[in-house]
Each structure stands twice: as structure tokens, then as C-alpha cells.
Design a protein around this ligand. Structure first.
Ligand code: SF4
Ligand code: SF4
Length: 193
């Protein structure tokens, strides 16, 4: 997607997509009414489709590969083993570099085959779904932070109003109770968001 945007918005060359190869370049040239170019091999070679494979015995469950995968093709959880869903992997390599223990390897799909239009369509759908999920989670986090800040502000104000009239021990106990209540309310709202 960023490359497509760069072509559309910034005039990036149409020959910088190794997975698309000559067929992709020809389609882009036709779509944009520009000359066909040879693949820029400094971006990589047009190879048979590869997928990522995690050597699970070395995985430390850091989740960095999940965060890097643009199509949600990796499953796992913090401090648990991760694995790649081969059928959903586009072979983009983006998960390889972030892995701190180098336990992700790219292997050629057997039997070897090239990237197809159907693969591209499926990958685009998965990418769009991931972007929607990230946008939704970001919106929820922003709302939650605003609520927590508001509740903490209210509790601080309430505490200030009580300070002048209560003994110190009672003030501390009340302060903790008010903050605990504020956080509980914020948590309840977040779960209901
Ligand atoms: S190679 Fe790309 S698509 Fe496949 S698992 Fe790694 S980041 Fe995801
Ligand atoms: S980046 Fe590597 S170590 Fe971390 S979860 Fe993924 S495969 Fe495991």
C-alpha cells in the first residue's frame, strides 16, 4: 500500500515491485499510461512465492513479528510460541528483521509457484482488515485515556476539597479510596466501550 501510494502521489517508478515482476510492471504501465520499464533489481529479484517459517523452539514470544506483519499472518501471544499461517503469508519478509533471535526463515512454497492475482486480492483484504482493526483499537485507547485523565482530575479535585478539614491519616485513606474508585469507574467504562 505505501508503494502504491508513492506511485500515485509522488511519481515513484513503476518497476520497484519484485513480487509483481514484469506482469505487474506491464499492468501498472497500462493503468498509468506510462512506458514499460525493466524490473529494478536493486529492489530484489522476481522469485517464486516464499513464506515465513518460525523455528518455534527458539521463539521467545516477544510479539515483534506480529506487529510487523501487515496481513496478520502470524499467531501467538506475549511470552508464548508464535507460528506463521502459511496460507496467509505474502512472503513480504517484513517479520524477519525485527526478530531478536533470528528464528524466522523465508522458504520457497512447495511446489514452487508465482504470486497470483488471487493472492494479491486476498492479501489486500487482510491488509485492509488489519488497518481497520488498528484504527478501531487506537480510537478506543484515545477514548480510554481521556476518561482516565478526567476521572483522575475529578478525584484530585475532590481530595483537595477535603484536605483542609480532615486529619492526615484519614486524608491518606480517603485519597486512596477515591483514586481506586476513579480507576474502577474508568475500567468499567473501558470494558463497556
Ligand atoms: S513474510 Fe510478511 S506476510 Fe509472511 S508472516 Fe512475515 S510479515 Fe507476515
Ligand atoms: S519476533 Fe521472533 S522471537 Fe519474537 S515472537 Fe516472533 S518469532 Fe518469536
Amino acid at each position: 500500500m505505501p508503494y502504491a501510494q508513492a506511485i500515485a502521489d509522488e511519481g515513484a517508478a513503476i518497476n520497484r515491485c519484485p513480487p509483481g515482476g514484469d506482469e505487474g510492471i506491464t499492468k501498472l504501465a497500462s493503468l498509468l499510461s506510462v512506458p514499460v520499464l525493466e524490473l529494478d533489481t536493486s529492489c530484489g529479484a522476481h522469485l517464486p512465492l516464499r513464506v515465513a517459517v518460525i523455528d518455534e523452539q527458539f521463539c521467545i514470544g516477544c510479539t515483534l513479528c506480529i506487529q510487523a506483519c501487515p496481513v496478520d499472518a502470524i499467531i501467538g501471544a506475549n511470552k508464548f510460541m508464535h507460528t506463521v499461517i502459511a496460507a496467509d503469508c505474502t512472503g513480504c519478509d517484513l517479520c524477519v528483521t525485527p526478530c531478536p533471535v533470528d528464528c524466522i526463515e523465508m522458504v520457497t512454497v512447495e511446489p514452487a509457484r508465482l504470486w497470483t492475482t488471487a493472492d494479491a486480492t486476498e492479501a489486500r483484504l487482510r491488509y485492509d482488515k488489519r488497518q481497520s482493526r488498528i484504527a478501531e483499537m487506537t480510537a478506543i485507547n484515545i477514548r480510554t485515556e481521556a476518561i482516565v485523565e478526567s476521572e483522575i482530575g475529578k478525584s484530585v479535585q475532590a481530595q483537595a476539597e477535603q484536605q483542609s478539614t480532615q486529619p492526615l491519616a484519614q486524608k491518606n485513606t480517603d485519597k486512596q479510596a477515591v483514586i481506586a474508585q476513579a480507576l474502577a469507574r474508568a475500567r468499567a467504562r473501558r470494558l463497556g466501550a
